[in-house]
Design a protein around this ligand. Sequence first.
Ligand code: GDP
Length: 296
Amino acid sequence: MVFEGLADKLQETFKKLRGKGKLSETDINEAMREVRMALLEADVNFKVVKDFIAKIKEKAIGQEVMQSLTPAQFVVKIVNDELTALMGGTQSRITVSSRPPTIIMLVGLQGAGKTTTAGKLAHLLKKQSKRPLLVAADIYRPAAIKQLQVLGGQLDIPVFTVDECKDAVLIAQKAVEYATSYARDTVIIDTAGRLHINEDLMQELKSIKTKVKPHEILLVVDAMTGQDSVTVAESFNKDLGLDGVILTKLDGDARGGAALSIKAVTGCPIKFTGMGEKLDALEIFHPDRMASRILG
Ligand code: GDP
């Protein structure tokens, strides 16, 4: 389960505080030392941890405790509020164009779960009564195109591609024309992934961005790669400009460091999380619910 280790440790720390009537500065410092350790062990970016602890201390030490709360509840509330803020505060929605189609471009490294996520997102939108169109624009890997076609078949959602075409920008442009002609209101472009970020890949993605003008560019990253996923997000954001992140494989990430660091480090909100391999395993990301999950 995600955040398993972190949740256990924080609950342990707060249990100790609950035993005390009034909290001294030493009690809070000691608790924050434990919270700091727990966050670092969960692979949260060290600078994020440092700022987080400083904010909590500032809010907890020397403050009047709200009447309705015990001192321990007061500290838990501050931690809860700050965890929520760390992950973006409120839910970040995807932009819906007032003039359809809304164009969503999925980018990311190979293996992150991009193609699966394209299918999941189309499925989610279909359930919301949208008419998505999937676009296979990974011209380098015929297997990726086939994979998307199989997913589209399972979901009964059309998959656009241009056979033998070696121009990803052209495929994306034609897909938008197709969507307009056939009243598909959301276009989801599955772009090519590479094993590592490289100049050619970025150039192709930038060309698609310039020509197709997506309303949303979402980076798909693998939560299980921890801080590496944060570095990938920083890099894509710098080169391409991201509207958000989809964090996949959170179901297999017991630590949760990426989920807690990405927004704070890159400024890009997490919009969805992948919680399994199945096509219905995509969840809208709610920072407050995620914080509650951590604090139990
Ligand atoms: P791509 O190369 O980025 O297009 O990656 P794929 O979509 O082919 O996914 C790579 C692998 O990750 C596949 O085996 C997927 O089933 C798996 N995968 C994708 N998303 C998730 C997720 O949220 N949870 C789990 N457990 N597996 C996932």
